[in-house]
Design a protein around this ligand. Structure first.
Ligand code: ATP
Length: 268
């Protein structure tokens, strides 16, 4: 069983419009990955104009690395395999070797395809003498499979890795990822864009001062901003319900007084 989520383009629910404030990274990915993949028929004779076989996204947690990887696959019409690195650890050695080759051969079969590895550093960190023998062999095998993608220009499989600690990665891995992008914590201007995107379809107070909110959320990641907005909306909804829905409170009280009624209702 391949313990990876295989996603086909139509099922990917993320596209460029879901990413705010990362215009430079998006533009660079459009030119270096999406165009060569989308128009590969046109350029297949050129060994120079090819999408890279490895792309590294690095930066702090929650800043959009996974979003970018998914959107790239969606926009390039690629399939997306989300490889769970926990399955490639020593414990499962033997099984994990089989899994790694299965993933690569599947990717080749269903190409164009992105094999996405979140926290790639936890699996392909610098090799050292303390490495368990199985771990070292696993890494070597993984790199061989990866190199196999370059034999013949026709293959359109990209290994895309994400990490918060690029410094921990094996140099041999870094070399295999010629396209590298830093996805940093958003600055004030970027936070403003992210907040506007997150709240785009929400009912918000006309008094909400986006500029001020972006100013005071220094050091917040995109994910933190999303959580902030979620908490605000939950708080607002709870307050509204408390103020306007006495009957709901009554129902809740009754259920507390007589839990049997509730469980009877639930089981019916
Ligand atoms: P991790 O390193 O923890 O895996 P990540 O960098 O991969 O984090 P994502 O999973 O892509 O981060 O982002 C988490 C969530 O935060 C997204 O699903 C999205 O809701 C929100 N988010 C983060 N950055 C952005 C952004 N630039 N634009 C819009 N939403 C964002």
């Amino acid at each position: 069983v391949i313990a990876a989520h295989l996603v086909v383009p139509d099922d990917i629910n993320v596209s460029w419009k879901d990413i705010a404030g990362l215009d430079d990274v998006v533009q660079e990915l459009k030119e270096s990955v999406v165009l060569p993949v989308k128009h590969r028929g046109m350029f297949h004779n050129s060994s120079l104009y090819q999408a890279p076989k490895g792309v590294l996204l690095h930066g702090p947690p929650g800043c959009g690395k996974t979003l970018i990887a998914k959107a790239t696959a969606k926009e390039a019409g690629m399939r997306f395999i989300n490889l769970d690195v926990a399955m490639l650890t020593d414990k499962w050695y033997g099984e994990s070797q089989k899994l790694a080759s299965a993933v690569f051969s599947l990717a080749l079969k269903i190409q164009p395809c992105i094999i996405f590895i979140d926290e790639i550093d936890s699996f392909l960190r610098s090799r050292n003498t303390n490495d368990h023998e199985a771990t070292a062999m696993m890494k070597t095998q993984f790199m061989m499979l990866w190199d196999g993608l370059s034999t013949g220009n026709e293959s359109t499989v990209i290994v895309m890795g994400a990490t918060n600690r690029p410094g921990d990665l094996d140099k041999a891995i870094i070399r295999r990822m010629p396209a590298q992008f830093h996805v940093a914590l958003p600055n004030e201007e970027q936070r403003l864009k992210i907040l506007k995107l997150i709240l785009e379809n929400e009912q918000i107070s006309p008094n909400l001062n986006f500029v001020q909110l972006a100013k005071v959320t220094n050091t917040f990641s995109g994910s933190d901003l999303r959580e902030l907005c979620r908490n605000a909306s939950v708080y607002r909804i709870r307050t509204y319900l408390r103020e306007h829905c006495d009957d709901l409170d009554e129902e809740a009280k009754k259920a507390q007084e007589n839990p049997l009624t509730e469980s009877a209702t639930n089981t019916s």
